[in-house]
Design a protein around this ligand. Structure first.
Ligand code: ANZ
Ligand code: ZN
Length: 824
C-alpha cells in the first residue's frame, strides 16, 4: 500500500492548482456570485495558528460554495502600513518597507503551504503605490464633501509611539498597541466626520441580521446614543446662561450644584477675579489627567468652586458653580447639573465638597434619608419635592418634564452620541500621506486627483520625535501650489491605517485598475461581501469605519449598497498553555512546524475539530496527534478499498442484504448531516465528526464481511462521496484520492455530494412472533433494531399480551430479521 507522505502530495497538488489557475475568479460568470472574505493580516512577523484558523474557516466556506455552484471571490492581501512596521524597523535598523515586504513574502509562503484557495492574481498590499493612491483619492472625496476637516483638538497622545491615537485606539486609557498610558495634547489634526453618520450607523445595525448580536451591541454602545434634554441655567449677576445636557430631566428639582469641564471657555469667564490664580493651578493639574479614567465612577472626583452661583430655573434656588475633572468638554454641552441624590459621580463629588443632597426620586418600597445615604439612588421611583410633578413615576416624568420645559422655553429635547469624529492624522512615517497642500495665498488646497499618488519618499529619517518625519524631508515638504503655482508646503502627517483597511474589500474587485479605485459595475456585482470572517477585536474599529466609508461612497453615487458585509462570523481564539499566543510569552504554535510534522490537511482538520469555530479553544498536542491518526486511518482504509473499486462505477447498484442497505443509509444520512452542519452555521467540528463516523462504518463493514462478498459498487459510492465531502477540509488528501479513483479532472471542480432521500429510509423487516411454538402475531421493525428494543415492542402488543396472559416469560429468543420465540 502506498504510504501517506503529506508533504509530497500537498506540494504536488498546490502546484497543480496554481498551474491550472483553478482559483482564478472570472469577473463575471453565469453562476451566482459569492464573495467570501477574511480579514487581511498586518504583515508584522509570521503567522501563528490563530491566524490560520481565520483563513481555514474562510477556505472551507469558499471551497464549499464553489462546489455548490457559485462563482466565488476569495482574495487575500496585507494591511501593510502602520506603526508595528515602523517600530520594528526602528528596533532592527532597517527600512519599514523592507521589513514589511519581507514579512509579506513569509506570510504568502505560509498561506500557500496551507492550501488556501485564494485567487492570488488579486493580492493587494495597502503600502503599494497603486493602492494608497486610491486611499488618498478617498480622502479627497471626503474632503470635497465636507467630511474631512482640520481642527485643533485635545487629542490622545501616546508618549511611547509618539503619535496621536483615535478614541477607538485607546483601551482603558492606554495605547492599544503598546499599553502606555495615553496623555492629552492640543494639536491641529485631520478628522473624518463620522458623527454625521451616527444615526444611520446605529439604525442600519438592525438590517444586519447576519451579524452576531454581541458585535452589534458593541457598535451600539460605541455610538452611544442618549436622549434627554438641554436645559439653560441663568448665572447670578450675569447675562450668561449655562446650558447642560441631561438624560434625567426628572431630577431637575434635585440639582444642588453645577459643574463645567476644565476646558470649557465659561470657566475663565465666570471665575471670580481673586480665584484666578488658584484656578490656573487646578486646571493645569486636571487637564493632564486621562479623559477616560477621569469620567469613570471610581476615579477620584476633583473640583474647584468658581465663587459664582447659578439659578435653578424651576426652583429659583441658588446653586454653586464648580469646574470638575469628571466633566468632558467633548460630550453634551461640556457642563452638567449636579444631582447628588441620584447620580453616583455627583454623589461622591457632593460628599467631598460638602454640597447638600436633595432627594427627588423616591423608591417604591422605602424612604430615602439624605443624611444616611451611602450612595446615590439611580433607579426609578416616584417624583417627590418636584413641584407640579410630585407623584409622577420617574419613567413617565422624563418625557413629561421635557415637554413642560419646551413649553416654558427653559429647555429642549436633545440627542447626544458618544461617537466622536474619527481622528485620522498620524505623526509617523509609514502611512499614506494626506493629500493636502498649504499655500500662503490660497490656503488649504487639496492635491488635484490627477497628481495622485502623493508618493511616500523612501529616504526619510523616521525615528519618532513627536513631529511628523516627513516634515524634515525638504524635497517632500516643499511643493508648488496647484492653484497659484507659488511656493507651498505639503501636509506632512500620514493617515491612520484604519483608513487603508476601510475600503480594501472594494479594491479586491479591481485590484490593478489604474484610473479608478474600482469599477462601479463590478463592485455593485460583487458586493456586499456575502461572508466576512475575522476576529472580534475589530468589532468597533475596522467594522465601524468600513461601514462609514461604504455609506459615504454610496451617498456619493459610487456604490449601490450601503452596508459592506452581509454576514459576519467572528472566530474564537486559540490559546496555548491557557494564554493568548504571543512571541513574548514564547507560547506561539507555528503553522510551519505543524505542517512539517503532520501536513497541512491534518493542521486544517485539527483547527476545525478542536471546538466550534466561534469558541475560544486551547491548543493541544495530543489533539492534533489524534486527528493525525484519523487521517492516517482514513488513508489506509481508502487504499484498502481502492483496488476493489478502481475499475467500478455506481451504475445499477444493487443492495444484496440489510447490512449493505444499512451501510448505504449511513452514508447518505452522514452526507446530509455534514451538509446541514456547514449550511446551518459553521459547525465544522461536527461535520468532521461525521467524516470520522463514516470511516468507522466503512472499516466495520470491511472487517466483518468477507472480501469476496464486498459490494464494490457500494464501496465505490462511499469512497467517492467521502472524498468529495472531505475535500473542503483536507483538499490535498481529497485530490490524491480523487486522482487515484481514476478521475482525470480535479476534485476542487466537482459538485458537493448529494444524498438520496430514499436511501435515508430505515430498512424494515417483518418479524413473526411465536408463542409456545405457534405463530400468533407479526410486527414490522427497523432491521437493525436491538433485541432489547424489540422485546419492549413485542411484549406491549395486544395479541401477545392476550397469549402471555400475565404469565412469567420463561424464554425470549430473537432470530435476527426473522422470528421471535416466546415460551411462557
Ligand atoms: C443630571 C443627572 C441626574 C444625570 C441623574 C444623570 C443622573 P449618558 O447616559 O452617558 O449620556 N453628563 C452630561 N454631559 C456630561 C459631560 N460632558 N461629562 C460628564 N458627564 C456628563 O449620560 C448623560 C448624563 O451624564 C447626564 O445626565 C449628565 O448627568 C452627565 F440622576 O444630568 B445627568
Ligand atoms: Zn496658492
Amino acid at each position: 500500500m502506498k504510504e501517506y507522505r503529506p508533504q509530497e502530495i500537498e506540494k504536488k497538488w498546490q502546484e497543480v492548482w496554481e498551474e491550472k489557475k483553478v482559483f482564478y475568479t472570472p469577473q463575471r460568470s453565469e453562476k451566482p456570485k459569492y464573495y467570501a472574505l477574511v480579514m487581511f493580516p498586518y504583515p508584522s512577523g509570521t503567522l501563528h495558528v490563530g491566524h490560520v484558523k481565520n483563513y481555514v474557516i474562510g477556505d472551507i466556506v469558499a471551497r464549499y460554495k464553489r462546489m455548490r455552484g457559485y462563482n466565488v471571490l476569495h482574495p487575500f492581501g496585507y494591511d501593510a502600513f502602520g506603526l508595528p512596521a515602523e517600530n520594528a524597523a526602528i528596533e532592527k535598523g532597517i527600512h519599514p518597507e523592507e521589513w514589511t515586504r519581507k514579512n509579506i513574502n513569509t506570510i504568502r509562503g505560509q498561506v500557500k503551504k496551507l492550501g488556501i484557495s485564494y485567487d492570488w492574481s488579486r493580492e493587494i498590499a495597502t503600502c503599494d503605490e497603486e493602492y494608497y493612491k486610491w486611499t488618498q483619492w478617498i480622502f479627497l472625496q471626503l474632503y470635497k464633501n465636507g467630511l474631512a476637516y482640520k481642527k485643533k483638538a485635545a487629542v490622545n497622545w501616546c508618549p511611547k509611539c509618539k503619535t496621536v491615537l483615535a478614541n477607538e485606539q485607546v483601551k482603558d486609557g492606554k495605547c492599544e498597541r503598546c499599553g502606555t498610558s495615553v496623555t492629552i495634547r492640543h494639536l491641529e489634526q485631520w478628522f473624518f466626520k463620522i458623527t454625521d453618520y451616527a444615526e444611520r450607523l446605529l439604525n442600519d445595525l438592525d438590517k444586519l441580521t447576519g451579524w452576531p448580536e454581541h458585535v452589534k451591541t458593541m457598535q451600539r454602545n460605541w455610538i452611544g446614543k442618549s436622549t434627554g434634554a438641554e436645559i439653560d441655567f441663568p448665572v447670578e449677576g450675569s447675562d450668561t446662561k449655562i446650558r447642560v445636557f441631561t438624560t434625567r430631566p426628572d431630577t431637575l428639582w434635585g440639582v444642588t450644584f453645577m459643574a463645567l469641564a476644565p476646558e470649557s471657555p465659561l470657566v475663565e469667564e465666570l471665575v471670580l477675579e481673586e480665584k484666578k490664580e488658584d484656578l490656573q493651578e487646578f486646571l493645569e493639574r486636571v487637564k493632564q489627567q486621562d479623559r477616560f479614567r477621569r469620567t469613570s465612577v471610581e476615579a477620584e472626583k476633583e473640583g474647584f468652586f468658581l465663587g459664582r452661583y447659578a439659578i435653578n430655573p424651576v426652583t429659583g434656588e441658588r446653586i454653586p458653580i464648580y469646574v470638575a475633572n469628571y466633566i468632558l468638554m467633548e460630550y453634551g454641552t461640556g457642563a452638567i447639573m449636579g444631582v447628588p441624590a441620584h447620580d453616583q459621580r455627583d454623589f461622591s463629588f457632593a460628599k467631598k465638597y460638602g454640597i447638600p443632597i436633595k432627594v427627588v426620586i423616591k423608591p417604591a418600597d422605602r424612604d430615602l434619608d439624605p443624611e444616611k445615604m451611602e450612595e446615590a439612588y439611580e433607579g426609578e421611583g416616584i417624583m417627590v419635592n418636584s413641584g407640579p410633578f410630585d407623584g409622577t413615576p420617574s419613567s413617565e416624568g422624563i418625557e413629561k418634564v421635557i415637554n413642560w420645559l419646551e413649553e416654558k422655553g427653559i429647555g429642549k429635547r436633545s440627542v447626544q452620541y458618544k461617537l466622536r469624529d474619527w481622528l485620522i492624522s498620524r505623526q509617523r512615517y509609514w502611512g499614506a500621506p494626506i493629500p493636502i497642500i498649504y499655500c500662503e495665498k490660497c490656503g488649504v488646497v487639496p492635491v488635484p486627483e490627477e497628481d495622485l499618488p502623493v508618493r511616500l519618499p523612501k529616504d526619510v529619517e523616521f525615528l519618532p520625535t513627536g513631529q511628523s518625519p516627513l516634515s524634515f524631508h525638504e524635497g517632500f515638504k516643499r511643493t508648488k501650489c496647484p492653484i497659484c503655482g507659488g511656493e507651498a508646503q505639503r501636509e506632512t502627517d500620514t493617515m491612520d491605517t484604519f483608513v487603508d483597511s476601510s475600503w480594501y474589500f472594494l479594491r479586491y474587485v479591481n485590484p490593478h485598475l489604474e484610473d479608478k479605485p474600482f469599477e462601479p459595475d463590478d463592485v455593485n456585482y460583487w458586493l456586499p461581501v456575502d461572508q466576512y470572517i475575522g476576529g472580534v477585536e475589530h468589532a468597533v474599529l475596522h467594522l465601524l469605519y468600513s461601514r462609514f466609508v461604504t455609506k459615504v461612497l454610496h451617498d456619493l453615487g459610487y456604490l449601490n449598497f450601503d452596508e459592506p458585509f452581509t454576514n459576519l462570523f467572528t472566530q474564537g481564539m486559540i490559546y496555548k498553555d491557557g494564554a493568548k499566543m504571543s512571541k513574548s510569552k514564547g507560547n506561539v504554535v507555528s503553522p510551519d512546524e505543524m505542517i512539517e510534522k503532520y501536513g497541512a490537511d491534518t493542521l486544517r482538520m485539527y483547527i476545525l475539530f478542536m471546538a466550534p469555530p466561534e469558541k475560544d479553544a486551547e491548543w493541544s498536542d495530543a489533539g492534533i496527534e489524534g486527528v493525525h491518526r484519523f487521517v492516517k486511518r482514513l488513508w489506509n482504509t481508502f487504499y484498502t478499498v481502492l483496488p476493489f473499486v478502481k475499475e467500478e462505477n455506481t451504475e445499477n447498484l444493487v443492495l444484496k442484504n440489510s447490512t449493505e442497505k444499512e451501510l448505504r443509509r449511513k452514508l447518505h444520512s452522514i452526507i446530509k448531516k455534514i451538509t446541514e452542519d456547514i449550511e446551518g452555521g459553521f459547525k465544522f467540528n461536527t461535520a468532521i465528526s461525521g467524516l470520522m463516523e463514516l470511516v468507522n462504518h466503512l472499516s466495520q463493514y470491511l472487517n466483518s464481511v468477507p472480501q469476496e462478498e464486498w459490494n464494490r459498487k457500494l464501496l465505490r459510492e462511499i469512497v467517492e462521496k467521502l472524498t468529495l465531502a472531505l475535500s473542503p477540509f483536507a483538499p490535498h488528501l481529497a485530490e490524491e484520492f480523487w486522482h487515484d479513483l481514476g478521475n482525470e479532472n480535479l476534485v476542487v471542480q466537482q459538485s458537493w455530494p448529494s444524498y438520496d432521500p430514499k436511501a435515508l429510509q430505515v430498512e424494515e423487516v417483518e418479524i413473526a412472533i411465536q408463542i409456545n411454538g405457534k405463530v400468533r402475531d407479526k410486527v414490522v421493525v427497523p432491521v437493525d433494531i436491538s433485541e432489547e428494543d424489540l422485546k419492549k415492542i413485542v411484549l406491549e402488543r395486544e395479541r401477545v399480551k392476550e397469549y402471555v396472559d400475565g404469565k412469567p416469560i420463561k424464554k425470549f429468543l430473537y432470530v435476527r430479521g426473522r422470528i421471535v420465540n416466546i415460551v411462557v
